[in-house]
Design a protein around this ligand. Structure first.
Ligand code: GSH
Length: 202
């Protein structure tokens, strides 16, 4: 299989962590694919019409895209149990959506700063995205530590990759303030071999 990859993408990182954690790394080759909404990678539209990484090309089926779809496919392929059944399964999906929502908001902040010309940038929009991140971190800190501390699942992986991305691009805003339990959980999660091996280049 071929994974359309970028070393700084938090969504790609989710997939890479799942590959590490499920022992499937050797089943994929990485295809460097760098693009932005304003300058998509050449030819990539034929693989993913949305021109977003990650995408996973398979020899025996359609090219999969969106990190959630790819993670789910890889989990099923390895029978790894990263999407538990029953009540914990619904929690896991909600946690995964929360992590991805943090990443979505943080990426919009990044794009606003990097892609929009100075003078057209909108501080209120950036602050509104940050408010989503603050609210999500507060909710994770107050209500999700028990789940986060349980057996590994894709909810934890999404949150771990999201917080890492917030550190990578927006560390100065201080998501840890008032979120001691979440900060302590993340410090431990970031030490996993799969997380260390997939850190973006400095
Ligand atoms: N929901 C998608 C989001 C993927 C995404 O936005 N990837 C970014 C890189 S971090 C991208 O390729 N952006 C290019 C674009 O938006 O055109 C997922 O989970 O895979």
């Amino acid at each position: 299989m071929k994974l359309y990859h970028s070393p700084t993408s938090p969504y790609v990182r989710k997939v890479m962590v799942v590959l590490y954690e499920t022992g499937q790394l050797e089943d994929v080759t990485l295809e460097a694919t760098s693009g932005t909404p304003l300058a998509p990678a050449a030819g990539f539209v034929a693989k993913n019409p949305l021109t977003k990484v990650p995408a996973l090309e398979r020899p025996d089926g359609c090219t999969l895209y969106d990190s959630r779809v790819i993670c789910r496919f890889l989990d099923a392929r390895a029978k790894a149990g990263l999407y538990p059944q029953g009540a914990r399964g619904w929690e896991t999906l909600t946690l995964e959506a929360t992590g991805d929502g943090i990443t979505d908001a943080a990426l919009l902040m990044t794009y606003e700063a990097r892609l929009r010309p100075e003078g057209q940038r909108m501080d209120a929009f950036v602050d509104a995205q940050w408010a989503k991140i603050e609210n999500a971190c507060a909710a994770l800190n107050a209500r999700w530590i028990s789940h986060l501390s349980g057996p590994l699942d894709t909810g934890q992986i999404a949150v771990g990759c999201a917080l890492a991305y917030v550190d990578f691009r927006h560390e100065a805003r201080g998501w840890r303030n008032g979120n001691d339990a979440l900060a302590a959980w993340y410090a431990g999660f970031a030490e996993r071999e799969s997380m260390r091996a997939t850190a973006p280049p400095a």
